[in-house]
Write a protein that binds this ligand. Structure first.
Ligand SMILES: [Zn+2]
Length: 332
């Protein structure tokens, strides 16, 4: 039995047909974790879909209305890069519910892994890059609304820049927003009322990504590490260590949201970094060690992974669970 919970549903499957995004990866990770004995059935929690009021903590009423009524424009659907369907909307609401549950459990169990989510290219008013709803942002805003956390830090290790995250949480770099409130009205107003002042936002965003890759426009995160093409394990781990140390010197999060993309892998079809499977596991261990040493709860989501061999993507995602088990089960 694991010393933490995994959040998973068969409903995470994205009904997008033949696509570079391996929508079956979630089920395959779930099945592999069970068949190899890394996890047992009792380790899994079954998420409920997020409520519309949770989604609206991050996304605009107009966008949510378009999703619920199937009235995205052709251009908006093209930008999403996955075919729209009501079933797809349900899958994203469920992923957001999974991330909310994972955040709640992380706060009591120190760590929790959502075997899904990490849709970091979704913006308040539109989706792009396979991401319809920003499940991580929804989870953060819900935890803040419930008064369970005041601050959070996103640590985005997907090969692609977290543009949606940076757009949703712009306050922690050089601009100030009103402090978060339990009032939803104040939270939505905060999105549009930046003012001057350093590092006083409530969510600090860290993104390590390949610079020469999607998205072409990268709104600034609190810390952006623009990695050159072909960056390998040692350089990557050094930069990650630096970014975590620097971020945690500047900011004290009540929760770390780790976006554990599998696509910095050297065999990835949409990535141009050169990490090995072993290097990616060390990456996971580093994030978990830092979180544990500082006693900061960490919730994990999976984001991208487009390895030529989908089994490699499954291995990388399973290794994230193994790394968490090794770090959080060890004494001390
Ligand atoms: Zn990605």
């Amino acid at each position: 039995m694991l010393p933490f919970k995994l959040v998973y549903s068969d409903g995470y499957y994205l009904p997008i047909g033949a696509h570079v995004f391996p929508a079956e990866k979630y089920r395959r990770v779930h099945d592999r974790l069970l068949s190899t004995g890394i996890a047992g059935p009792e380790d899994f929690l079954d998420p409920q879909p997020a409520l519309d009021e949770d989604i609206l903590l991050v996304h605009s009423p107009a966008y949510v209305h378009k999703l619920k009524t199937g009235t995205l424009s052709p251009r908006e659907e093209m930008q999403l890069e996955v075919p729209f369907s009501p079933e797809l909307v349900s899958a994203f609401w469920l992923a957001a519910g999974g991330s909310i549950l994972a955040a709640q459990r992380a706060l009591t169990d120190r760590v929790c892994v959502n075997i899904g989510g990490g849709f970091h290219h979704a913006f308040p008013d539109h989706g792009e890059g396979f991401c319809m709803i920003h499940d991580v942002a929804v989870a953060i805003r819900r935890m803040q609304r419930d008064g369970k956390i005041r601050t959070a830090m996103t640590v985005d290790c997907d090969v692609h820049h977290g543009n949606g995250t940076a757009a949703i949480f712009p306050g922690a770099r050089a601009r100030q927003r009103p402090l978060p409130s339990v009032s939803r009205a104040t939270l939505s107003a905060a999105h549009t009322q930046p003012s001057a002042g350093p590092y006083s936002g409530d969510v600090f965003t860290v993104s390590l990504h390949q610079f020469n890759n999607y998205p072409p426009i990268k709104p600034p995160s609190s810390i952006d590490v623009d990695l050159p093409d072909g960056t390998g394990d040692d350089d990557y781990l050094g930069w990650l260590d630096n970014a975590l140390s620097s971020g945690l010197r500047q900011f004290e999060p009540d929760l770390i949201c780790y976006i554990a993309g599998a696509d910095p892998y050297r065999e990835d079809q949409l990535g141009g970094l050169a990490l090995t499977i072993e290097g990616l596991k060390k990456r996971d261990e580093l994030v978990f060690r830092v979180a544990r040493a500082r006693n900061i709860p960490v919730m994990v989501t999976y984001a991208g992974g487009y390895a030529r061999n989908v089994e490699d993507t499954v291995t990388i995602h399973c290794n994230t669970v193994i790394a968490a088990k090794e770090v959080f089960a060890s004494p001390g």
